[in-house]
Design a protein around this ligand. Structure first.
Ligand code: PAF
Length: 460
């Protein structure tokens, strides 16, 4: 069976979105944005858009746009349904006839393994396993999710529906390839045009070799902005002399394809011009926050990061910029920098994305051989152990440190760089957990240095 609660007592809910009236992509986007901003909900995945002819009403000729999203929530099923009805209402949906045209239709398809039959609430949704426009997008984002009635994973149900020929044809609507911005002139032109149209800009700076962690940033940026710009630049300034600048993995074609799937509008590569001119003489340095953790192990690293991010913000002037919690220290330093330097960019920090076995996604995972990759699972295991200790009332950081160290020491080939227990705002080391504390790890496996972290909140 699908395990019902995910971490923290939340449930996975799959929600179907459909529209066949007005600006259909806009309605779907607005509904997704409303879900992304809903309290006690975390929007974790959104399927591609699919178009299909309407089913059930011959007087309604407009094709439908459909998508499915995955939400993690600790709301009850009834509360989640009420949330969906509120969003429909706020987007002008009037429920008149069952098969009538819809500006926006939000269906609660599944909530974990719940089976419910109450007035106005049936779970799973009766159509969840019968309609191609639900099953196909749902399978795209959660193929292993099990229908609690048949106990079969969605991909099997989809395949058997297809084999039976019980399948309404669907057209997947792919986003166009993003425009590559190769020079300062092209970037400025692109930004100026968008500003003249009053469009907001979401920006995701990266060093390329994109993975699902980057994709989650791009998808969130897509939800919250009119335009999404990605940058790909391997910044020499943030690598130490013995580090992997030369070997850093690159795959431009794959990066462009993943960016296209997320609806990214433009990719800044600046491939026609050097990022740093020979006269470059300005560096940005954030004090104190850079003293510990990676700041101590990698001297000059954050100076390189803050300098390049300032330059990129200068080129793009984003309304929002997106970073991963995986680089927790980087995110906090960049937020401080934007505040201190009066920058008009809001820093958005999104959760760590992990493989199903717990390994945090990183471009550097590609360096690991099979054995190292297996041993590297100890990082996540040790973070979970720390969470367990804190959940059982432990507040002494020495005890937590030694429990984490014990686990990491059982990982063959692991060389601990640091185990840091620091205040989650100031990044100063703490002795006792009084407030939210960041537990951050850096561990070498052979020549590969991996980082991971979790936030620990002491019991009240
Ligand atoms: O997180 C990264 O990939 C880099 O540090 C960043 C923010 C793109 C700066 O080069």
């Amino acid at each position: 069976m699908t395990p019902p609660p995910v971490a923290g007592g939340s449930y996975v809910a799959l929600i179907g979105l459909g529209s066949n009236q007005g600006d259909r992509p806009l309605f779907i986007r607005k509904a997704l944005t409303a879900l992304a901003h809903s309290t006690r909900c975390r929007l974790v995945a959104i399927s591609p858009l699919y178009q299909s002819d309407p089913v059930g009403n011959p007087n309604d000729p407009n094709p439908y746009l459909n998508a499915v999203c995955r939400l993690e929530t600790d709301l009850s099923a009834r509360q989640t349904l009420d949330r969906l009805l509120d969003i429909e209402k706020s987007l002008g949906r009037v429920r008149r006839e069952r098969w009538g045209p819809r500006t926006i239709d939000l269906d609660l398809l599944f909530v974990g393994d719940k089976i419910v039959e109450e007035s106005g609430l049936t779970l799973p949704h009766p159509l969840a396993t019968q309609r191609s426009f639900v099953l196909e997008p749902a399978t795209q984002i959660d193929p292993e999710f099990r229908d609690p009635i048949s106990d079969s994973p969605l991909h099997e149900i989809r395949n058997s529906l297809r084999t039976r020929g019980d399948w309404t044809p669907l057209q997947r609507l792919d986003f166009p390839m993003p425009q590559e911005l190769t020079s300062r002139q092209e970037i400025r032109q692109f930004i100026q045009t968008s500003r003249e149209k009053g469009q907001t800009v979401g920006f995701v700076p990266t060093m390329g070799y994109l993975h699902e962690g980057h994709a989650s940033l791009l998808r969130q940026a897509r939800l919250e902005n009119d335009l999404v710009i990605l940058s790909i630049y391997i910044n020499p300034l943030q690598f130490g002399p013995e580090e992997d600048f030369e070997q850093y993995p690159r795959d431009k074609k794959k990066d462009f394809e993943l960016a296209r799937e997320t609806g990214t509008d433009a990719i800044l590569t600046l491939s026609e011009e050097p990022m740093y001119s020979p006269e470059h003489a300005t560096y940005v340095e954030v004090k104190e926050l850079t003293d510990h953790l990676c700041g101590a192990s990698r001297p000059g690293h954050f100076r390189g990061v803050t300098t390049i991010v300032t330059k990129l913000f200068g080129l793009v002037s984003p309304d929002r910029a997106y970073f991963g919690q995986k680089d927790a220290q980087q995110a906090i330093i960049l937020r401080r920098m934007t505040i201190d330097l009066e920058m008009n960019t809001k820093i958005r920090i999104l959760p760590i994305v992990r493989e199903s076995d717990g390994l945090a996604l990183s471009s550097r995972n590609v360096y690991l051989d099979e054995k190292q990759r297996q041993e590297a699972l100890g990082l996540h295991r040790s973070l979970l152990r720390a969470q367990e200790l804190v959940a059982s009332g432990e507040r002494c950081t020495e005890t937590i440190d030694s429990a984490v160290r014990d686990i990491l020491n059982t990982c063959d080939g692991a060389q601990i760089d640091y185990i840091g227990l620091v205040d989650s705002q100031t990044l100063q080391p703490v002795e006792r957990l009084e407030r939210e504390t960041l537990l951050a790890l850096a561990v070498h496996f052979g020549r590969t240095r991996l980082i991971d972290n979790t936030l620990l909140t002491p019991l009240a």
